[in-house]
Write a protein that binds this ligand. Structure first.
Ligand SMILES: O=C(CO)[C@@H](O)[C@H](O)[C@H](O)[C@H](O)COP(=O)(O)O
Ligand SMILES: [Zn+2]
Length: 195
């Protein structure tokens, strides 16, 4: 059993390392786009299912509250948290529409829709990206290898090179933290002087 523990650790480390080596420029570009979005008075909309719903909420909280430095709150909202909205859309229309209808309601051109799906094929994430594209939002997809259908609708795609859901999620949250820190460094460079 102890061997399994180290096998999991090594797999997680190598998936993350390969992802960062292949995507470092794209990660910096993604943070630039987020910083431009926020300084322009626009916002981030984040969504995903299961563990990825938790990731969407986790990342939104870093932007709205704080990350490593003291700074102004940044505009981000997870579309996974309002049970009345989620259950009414799911009950009256379809679970596939729980995110797309919220994007229609509160999305504005030049907002960022950040969708997280390890398979890249969850219909509610793909549907929200289709609507986001129609409305002029920037779409940022976090997926597993290949990117699935989400890849077709992503302006910026972060496809983690693994087919194991847990390993993909572990890389997604590392990426989320990188995007938070880089965005803070772009927007508030002097706050890092004392670090
Ligand atoms: O956290 C996990 C598995 O590690 C699960 O809750 C997982 O997120 C759920 O099965 C999701 O519904 C999977 O959806 P997706 O990542 O393929 O879009
Ligand atoms: Zn999980």
């Amino acid at each position: 059993m102890k061997k399994i523990v180290f096998d999991i650790l090594n797999e997680s480390l190598s998936v993350k390392e390969a992802f960062v080596r292949e995507n470092a420029d794209r990660i910096v570009h993604g943070a630039d786009r987020i910083a431009t979005c926020l300084t322009g008075g626009h916002k981030l909309l984040l969504f995903g299912n299961g563990g990825s719903a938790a990731d969407a909420q986790h990342i939104a909280a870093e932007f709205v509250n704080r990350f490593r430095i003291e700074r102004a709150p940044l505009a981000a909202i997870a579309l996974t948290t309002d049970t009345s909205v989620l259950t009414s859309i799911g009950n009256d229309y379809a679970f596939d529409e729980i995110f797309s209808k919220q994007v229609r309601a509160i999305g504005q051109p030049d907002d960022i829709a950040l969708g997280i799906s390890t398979s890249g094929n969850s219909p509610n994430v793909v549907g929200a990206f289709k609507v986001a594209r129609e409305m002029g939002l920037v779409t940022v997809g976090l997926t597993g290898q290949g990117g699935g259908k989400v890849a077709e609708y992503s302006d910026i795609l972060f496809a983690v090179g693994s087919a194991v859901t847990a390993r993909i999620q572990e890389t997604h949250i590392t990426l989320g933290h990188m995007l938070c820190e880089l965005t803070d460094r772009i927007l508030f460079p002097s706050a890092f002087d004392s670090e």
